[in-house]
Design a protein around this ligand. Structure first.
Ligand SMILES: [Mn+2]
Length: 287
C-alpha cells in the first residue's frame, strides 16, 4: 500500500505546467532526534493514500464538496516525493513560475530547506508557525528543534511579523530565545481566554502586509484529534480551531505551506491522516 510510485494526492488534477498549486512529499526524517523519527518519513505516501478514501470524493460522478467552502476549482499537480537536499532549488522554481508549493514532510527541519527557497525569491516573509514546541533551540543547527533559529538567519524573513501558534511545550532556553528573537506566541490557553476570532485578528495584525508562509507541525493539534505525530503534547488545538485558523490565514495571502511530523504508525483509525488531508483541501479551497 505504501510507497506506491503512482499514488497521487486526491486533488491531483492537472499537468505541472498548468498547475496553480504544486504538492510534493519529502520522506525524510534525518533532522529528527526522536525515537519515532523513522516513522515520520512514511507520512507523504500515508497521507496520499488516506486522501483517496475521502468519502465525498467520487471519481465517476465528479467532484463534490471537497472543502467546507465548496468545490475546489484550483489546478493541482502532485509532483511526488523529493529529496530534502533538492528542496531549495525546487521551491525557488515553483515560486518563480508563480505557483504555490504545499509540502508534506518529513520532520520539521524540512521547513528550513523550503524557506531557503522562499527566501531566494520573496521579500518580507511572515512565518506563521503552528507547533506545540517553539523549535527555537539555537545551540545546534539544522535539526527539528532549531527551525526558527535557522530561518532567523535568512535575510528576507521578518521575525517581527512572524508568529507561533499553539505553543505549549517550551524548554527553558527557548523561553529566553523567544524573547530575544522577538517571536510572538499564541498558546492554546490564549485561545480559551480571548476566543478564536480575536486570535485570528491578532495573527492578521502581526502579519500586516507581509507574504505568509504557513508551517504546520501536526503536534499543534490535540493528540485526541491527531494522535499520529512524532511528539504528542496534550492540551492542543481542536480540529475545528485548527482548520478555522489555517483557512483564515490562507486568506491573508499564502505563498506556500508545509505539514510535517506525522507518524503513521502512531495514528489511530487514520484520524491524523484524514485531518491532514482535510487541512490541505481546506487551504486549497481558500486560495
Ligand atoms: Mn516542530
Amino acid at each position: 500500500m505504501f510507497g506506491s510510485k503512482n499514488m497521487k494526492f486526491f486533488l491531483h488534477n492537472s499537468k505541472i505546467k498548468d498547475a496553480e498549486i504544486i504538492l510534493l512529499g519529502v520522506p525524510d526524517s534525518s533532522g529528527s532526534k526522536s525515537k519515532r523519527k523513522n516513522e515520520v518519513s512514511k507520512a507523504p505516501d500515508y497521507i496520499r493514500n488516506i486522501s483517496n478514501q475521502e468519502e465525498v470524493f467520487d471519481k465517476k460522478k465528479g467532484r463534490k464538496t471537497e472543502s467546507s467552502s465548496g468545490v475546489i476549482r484550483k489546478k493541482v499537480h502532485d509532483l511526488g516525493n523529493l529529496k530534502k537536499n533538492t528542496l531549495r532549488r525546487q521551491i525557488l522554481g515553483i515560486l518563480k513560475s508563480e505557483k504555490i508549493p504545499i509540502v508534506i514532510g518529513g520532520d520539521h527541519s524540512v521547513t528550513t530547506e523550503v524557506m531557503k527557497g522562499v527566501n531566494d525569491c520573496k521579500k518580507n516573509i511572515s512565518l506563521v508557525y503552528f507547533d506545540a514546541h517553539p523549535d527555537i533551540r539555537c545551540a545546534e543547527d539544522s535539526y527539528y528543534g532549531s527551525v526558527i533559529c535557522d530561518i532567523g538567519k535568512l535575510e528576507n524573513f521578518n521575525e517581527k511579523k512572524s508568529i507561533e501558534v499553539g505553543t505549549r511545550a517550551p524548554e527553558r532556553e527557548e523561553i529566553e530565545n523567544l524573547k530575544s528573537k522577538h517571536m510572538m506566541t499564541i498558546t492554546p490557553f490564549d485561545i480559551q481566554e480571548i476566543g478564536i476570532k480575536k486570535v485570528f485578528q491578532k495573527i492578521k495584525r502581526r502579519v500586516g502586509k507581509c507574504k505568509v508562509y504557513l508551517s504546520i507541525d501536526m503536534d499543534v493539534v490535540d493528540p485526541a484529534f491527531a494522535p499520529g505525530v512524532d511528539t504528542p503534547v496534550p492540551g492542543g488545538l481542536s480540529s475545528e480551531e485548527f482548520l478555522y485558523l489555517i483557512k483564515k490565514i490562507t486568506g491573508l495571502g499564502l505563498i506556500g505551506m508545509d505539514i510535517v511530523e506525522v507518524s503513521p504508525k502512531h495514528d489511530i483509525q487514520e484520524h491524523t491522516g484524514h485531518l491532514v488531508s482535510r487541512a490541505i483541501a481546506e487551504v486549497i479551497g481558500s486560495l
